[in-house]
Design a protein around this ligand. Structure first.
Ligand SMILES: Nc1ncnc2c1ncn2[C@@H]1O[C@H](COP(=O)(O)OP(=O)(O)OP(=O)(O)O)[C@@H](O)[C@H]1O
Length: 251
């Protein structure tokens, strides 16, 4: 059974000041199996963030359905949405979104605090901090850390609740190539440990870590490629070829 099922998803934005409508998502359909690692690519304005925000229950689709483990996210009541998001989804954003007034450990504990589930939090943090290589940073504050370190903390915060789905919006977008590579290694490790991941990225190098790439154009998924037996370098070339042929060049 798929973990995530997106059916005929549409999102229309209406401008308040004019009669203009933007059909950001037209008819998006795809499924994600448990344990998959998927990258979503497409030109600027193609609808990637809109899709991610709908999956994240931050934005409400205009039509269509999203099922996570057979729960229809588009039918959640307003008061259920925040709790559902907290309990089932993890997020990693381009700009880390850490709270500078909280220590690294407290930033990571935040989803547990919000869920009133702090019992045994130290035992949850310890293996995660070790895997992320941030054991020595737990008492520091985000503003004392480098970008790559901050993103590690953000990944810790996203994973502490063991979410069914990890959503990334340009998770390497603010990082130099060395830090980006290290962050993608962590995504790889986490995926190998069973975590399902869906991330939006402009970078074909970042996308080459995924097992499948969905290409979106004009608000619809119009092509996908699987990594199969290719190594990362071979898959990178396949992604670049697909972008050149399908999107009219690299974005
Ligand atoms: N809140 C909004 N109100 C009106 N139009 C919007 C809104 N958000 C997005 N759009 C429009 O919807 C379309 C898709 O935008 P979206 O941000 O999803 O694209 P994207 O692929 O993520 O782009 P980028 O790579 O530049 O982030 C664009 O035409 C955009 O202008």
């Amino acid at each position: 059974m798929p973990l995530l099922k997106v059916e005929h998803l549409q999102k229309e934005y209406r401008s308040r000041l004019s009669a203009n409508k933007v059909q950001a998502l037209k008819d998006v359909n795809f499924e994600v199996e448990p344990g998959e690692f998927i990258a979503i690519m497409g030109e600027s304005g193609s609808g990637k963030s809109t899709l991610l925000n709908c999956l994240a229950t931050i934005d409400k689709p205009s039509a269509g359905q999203i099922f996570l483990n057979d729960k229809n996210l588009t039918k959640l009541k307003d008061r259920e949405v925040a709790q559902y998001r907290r309990d089932h989804l993890g997020f990693v954003f381009q700009d880390f979104n850490l709270l500078n007034t909280l220590s690294v450990a407290d930033n990571i504990y935040l989803p547990l605090v919000l869920a009133k589930d702090t019992k045994g939090k130290e035992a949850k943090l310890a293996p995660l901090a070790k895997a992320l290589g941030i054991e020595d940073l737990l008492d520091k504050y985000p503003y004392e850390l480098s970008g790559g370190q901050q993103q590690r903390v953000a990944i810790g915060r996203a994973l502490i609740t063991k979410p069914e789905l990890l959503l990334g919006d340009e998770p390497t977008g603010a990082l130099d190539s060395k830090n980006a590579a290290e962050i993608m290694d962590l995504f790889d490790q986490s995926n190998q440990a069973g975590q399902t991941i869906l991330m939006v990225t402009h970078s074909s190098l970042t996308a080459s870590h995924a097992r499948r790439v969905l290409f979106i154009k004009d608000g619809t998924v119009f092509h996908q490629i699987y990594r199969g037996e290719q190594n990362e370098t071979e898959f990178l070339l396949s992604i670049n070829d697909a972008m050149t042929n399908l999107l009219g060049g690299l974005s």
